[in-house]
Design a protein around this ligand. Structure first.
Ligand code: FES
Length: 159
């Protein structure tokens, strides 16, 4: 077993130990694992099922129901595109289509090079500068398709 796998399994075991006796433990466990690892590994599903005496299918059902949970590692950067009302009225839908085409992914997916994961978000509190997006912690306003490409290129080159 690699060092990475050992670390990952240690995280899963620790979160299970801390939370498995809570009422409704499944969601807190899933959040706990994803908060540390960035995703829910396949191996975690088997361990959670065993600890909570549930079937793997039940765990999968919950993980796939909530878009928040991911089952593969996220990209090095996460691009959040605002889908809320103000941004929509200022062209967010076209921006979303452009971003998906440029990155070659749908929402909740990661680019093949592992650089970007694309996620929707519902209001970044930057409505005055709609349409808005956030990459990692940085918020950008008045994002045109051209500006989107520039920012994405800059973020990627800075990595
Ligand atoms: S609606 Fe997009 S930032 Fe508020």
């Amino acid at each position: 077993m690699s060092e990475h796998e050992q670390d990952r399994n240690a995280v899963i075991s620790r979160v299970l130990e801390e939370r498995k006796h809570q009422p409704g433990a499944l969601l807190p466990i899933l959040h706990g694992i994803q908060d540390v690892l960035g995703y829910i590994p396949r191996e975690a599903i088997a361990q959670i099922a065993q600890a909570l005496n549930l079937s793997r299918a039940e765990i999968h059902g919950v993980v796939s129901f909530y878009h928040h949970f991911r089952t593969s590692p996220p990209g090095r950067h996460t691009v959040y595109l605002c889908r809320a009302e103000s941004c929509q009225s200022m062209g967010a839908n076209q921006l979303v289509e452009h971003a998906k085409a440029k990155l070659g992914v749908d929402f909740h997916e990661t680019t093949r090079d592992g650089a970007f994961t694309l996620e929707p978000i519902y209001c970044l509190g930057n409505c005055a500068c709609s349409p808005a997006m956030m990459i990692d912690e940085e918020v950008y306003g008045r994002v045109t398709p051209k500006r989107f490409e520039e920012v994405v290129r800059t973020v990627k080159e800075a990595a």
